[in-house]
Structures are given as C-alpha cells and as structure tokens.
Design a protein around this ligand. Structure first.
Ligand SMILES: N[C@@H](CCC(=O)N[C@@H](CS)C(=O)NCC(=O)O)C(=O)O
Length: 197
C-alpha cells in the first residue's frame, strides 16, 4: 500500500496509527499541504487532499475515516456488536462534522499558517464550537471507557488525532478530565505510535 501523507496532519495520523496497530507495511509520499498540491494527487483524489491510500489492487481511497473503516474490516478495531458499531459510525461522523472542522482548523491557522492575527473572529467562532465538541465527548465518556463502549475502536483513533493536539489550536483540556483520562487509555493501546516519531 502507498499512503499520500502529510506528517503533521491529524487526518493522516489517524491512518498511520491504525496501520501501526494492524502491523501493516506501507510506503509514503509526503506532501506539503501549505503549498501547491501535486498534479498526480489531484488526479487521484479530485478533492486534492491527503490522506489518500492506494490499495494493493491500485484503487485510490480518500477520506481519513473511510480509510479507517476500510482497513478495520474484519478486525477488532471495528466493534462487532451492532449497537457499538452504530456508535463507531456516529462518532466518525461527529469527528468530521463537529470536531475536526473546528479544532483542526484552529490548529492550522494558529500553528501552521501562523495567521491568527488575521482570523480573530473566526477563531472565536471555532473555539466556541470546538469546546462544544469537547464537552460532548466529556459527556459520552461518563459511563464508558471508549467512544463505542467497551472496546477501543476506529472512533477513538479518529477522535484522538486532533484532540491530543488540541493545544496547538489553543484548546486547553483542563475542563475535560474524562477526555484527558481517555487520551491516556488510547496512548496505552498496544501498537500505539505518536504523531511525531
Ligand atoms: N475530510 C478529509 C479532510 C482531509 C484534509 O483536510 N486534508 C488536509 C490535510 S489535514 C489537506 O490535504 N489539505 C490540503 C488542501 O485542502 O488543499 C479527511 O478526513 O480525509
């Protein structure tokens, strides 16, 4: 397999983390997402984004959470109990709708594009919505160790990617003790690899 990758990207890290858990080998092509997207990537993924996983049969698979879903088939990282599997999907959609657009975008503006001074009101809006997402996570973790329930799943992998780097978007996690304890549980999983190795 070949992963079109960006080293600091949380969306790419999700895929690298699951590949590490599964002990699967792959090659990478690193892309700098702050400059022009390579033509070949644009051709393979019309959205012009990473991660993009080229499967062994040549098929190009885009969207981080779709890639997680594909790789997790027949593994313990896709919960096998129907209600838990619905929860996996629920939190994958939540991550892309309520979490990543706010927390990852703040992180990008502040830490990578370094344009915070131009985006004051936007950052305030993203902070409000990002904290609402973190509060929803805190609430879900009141009675369960992981987002789908009993088992560590791709829902945790997806949410971990930008939550553990939320400070780079000026999100402090002091208000969310259950989220911080869950971050520790995720880090303790066998085969865990950090964002930056
Ligand atoms: N929904 C997509 C988002 C992917 C995404 O935002 N990728 C960023 C890097 S984190 C990117 O390629 N940005 C370059 C661009 O949009 O031009 C996913 O989950 O894979």
């Amino acid at each position: 397999m070949l992963l079109w990758n960006s080293p600091p990207s949380g969306n790419c890290y999700k895929v690298r983390l699951l590949l590490a858990h599964l002990n699967l080998s792959y090659e990478t092509i690193d892309v700098d997402v702050t400059s022009d997207i390579p033509e070949e990537l644009q051709r393979l993924n019309p959205a012009g984004q990473v991660p993009l996983l080229i499967l062994d049969d040549g098929r190009a698979l885009a969207e981080s959470n779709a890639i997680l879903w594909h790789l997790a088939q027949q593994t313990k990282y896709l919960a096998d109990e129907p209600v838990e599997r619905q929860e996996v999907l629920r939190w994958l959609f939540f991550e892309q709708n309520a979490h990543e657009p706010n927390i990852a975008t703040s992180r990008f503006i502040i830490t990578y594009a370094k344009t915070a001074e131009r985006f004051g009101p936007v950052l305030e809006y993203l902070a409000r919505r990002g904290h609402a997402a973190l509060a929803a996570m805190e609430s879900q973790l009141a009675d369960r160790p992981f987002f789908a329930g009993r088992v560590y799943s791709i829902a945790d992998i997806a949410l971990y990617a930008y939550t553990h780097a939320a400070d780079e978007g000026r999100f402090e996690l002091q208000l969310y003790p259950r989220v911080r304890a869950w971050l520790d549980r995720v880090r303790a999983q066998p085969g865990h690899v950090p964002l930056r190795s």
